[in-house]
Design a protein around this ligand. Structure first.
Ligand code: UDP
Length: 365
């Protein structure tokens, strides 16, 4: 018997592959009262699919991940766009050529567009901290504008530190995009599963060899009874925090139902300059749910505290890498325990990355 700890995408993928391709008997447990991990969604009383842990948009360039997931669901053709409100003006995030015309007078936007085209290749993405390394006065002004208006406050709210103290991989996720493409992602495959994420994961776990047990913490089981263990919880928790806790950022959502068809113009609106929330999600956009009411969630970032809130984002710094490696070294000594997922690998995976990692582990067995 194999134990999988955690029923999010990482756990569901490894459980499904072991059960289906290797004919193993699998017990998958989750401490929560639902499957799906942080992709968990549900329809509320208005028929609106709520992403309980914030907006999740599936996107991937991996043919392998796409083909794998398509066994369990169809996707709609939703392509994610993010609007940001800067000094009261709605514009596109990532900042792109269209944003120039939203926030600057036409003639100055044209000048900046020409200078950008002279200095960069069209359709390239430049991380903000690199974009700031400019000689030209106008481009330097633009870079500082984007840094101040889009990155500085949002990142300070989100991570609790200034962007220069956040890992390049994180700030690089939202570059300046030298393009008129307003989409948030350019991946070949994108969409929202037609019946939601929880149903996808339910389908992955719906197998004669898989038993699901909810409201169950791994510490209550006799781990010796299992031939192999796949652990998608936080690696420091597995080892009883013996070297100290790995830090995480967490988020809190305040849900509101409004008596109108739409609250805002888009599924996600970022507030990079004002307010103490980072963004507002409006869920009915994802599956085009029809209702004369709408449900929104204001997202507030906070530090993770054990027992108080959930782990969302690993914090990549030299210090945390060192601490994580201490745990990884312990993990490598265990022959039958495998760690995976955002928390198991202490890595900022997107959904496709988490699935790819689980497939990779399965193939390496
Ligand atoms: N970011 C920002 N301003 C924005 C959007 C994102 O400064 O309007 C930065 C911020 O540091 C954030 C990171 O880019 O944590 C990654 O954003 P993404 O939308 O990928 O984060 P996620 O949806 O995973 O929370």
């Amino acid at each position: 018997m194999i134990l999988v700890v955690g029923a999010g995408f990482s756990g569901a993928t490894i459980a499904n592959l072991l059960a289906d391709k290797a004919d193993e008997k699998v017990l998958i447990i989750d401490k929560n009262s639902h499957i799906g991990g942080s992709c968990y969604d549900y329809r509320d009383k208005n028929g609106i699919m709520i992403h309980a842990y914030g907006s999740h948009i599936f996107h991937t360039n991996s043919q392998k991940v796409w083909d794998y997931l398509k066994q369990f669901t169809d996707f709609n053709t939703y392509m994610h766009k993010v609007i940001g409100i800067i000094d009261g003006i709605e514009t596109h995030i990532p900042f792109n050529f269209n944003s120039l015309y939203d926030v600057f007078p036409q003639s100055y936007a044209e000048l900046l567009e020409h200078k950008l085209l002279d200095n960069f290749n069209i359709n390239t993405k430049v991380p903000i901290l690199q974009f700031q390394q400019q000689d030209d006065d106008d481009l330097k002004y633009l870079a500082n504008y984007v840094y101040d208006k889009i990155f500085y406050h949002y990142t300070t709210k989100q991570w609790g530190v200034s962007p220069v103290d956040v890992d390049d991989d994180v700030t690089g996720r939202i570059p300046v995009y030298l393009s008129k493409d307003n989409r948030y992602f350019q991946d070949r495959y994108q969409g929202i599963p037609l019946n939601g994420y929880t149903t996808v994961i339910k389908n992955m776990l719906n197998h004669k060899n898989i038993k699901v047990k909810l409201n169950t913490n791994f510490s209550t089981l006799d781990l010796k009874k299992f031939d192999k263990i796949f652990f998608t919880g936080s690696i420091d928790e597995f080892f009883g925090y013996k070297f100290g806790q790995l830090p995480y950022r967490s988020v809190k959502f305040k849900l509101e139902t409004h008596n109108k068809e739409f609250y805002q113009s888009n599924s996600v609106v970022n507030y990079p300059c004002n307010y103490d929330f980072t963004r507002i999600h409006e869920f009915k956009y994802y599956l085009d749910d029809k209702s004369d009411k709408t449900v929104i969630a204001k997202e507030y970032a906070e530090h993770f505290e054990l027992g108080k809130n959930e782990r969302y984002y690993p914090i990549p710094t030299d210090e945390t890498a060192e601490l994580y490696h201490k745990y990884l070294y312990e993990a490598e000594k265990l022959k039958k325990v495998y760690f995976l997922g955002r928390l198991g690998d202490y890595k900022y995976y997107n959904m496709d990355g988490a699935i790819a990692r689980a497939i990779e582990i399965f193939e390496s067995l």
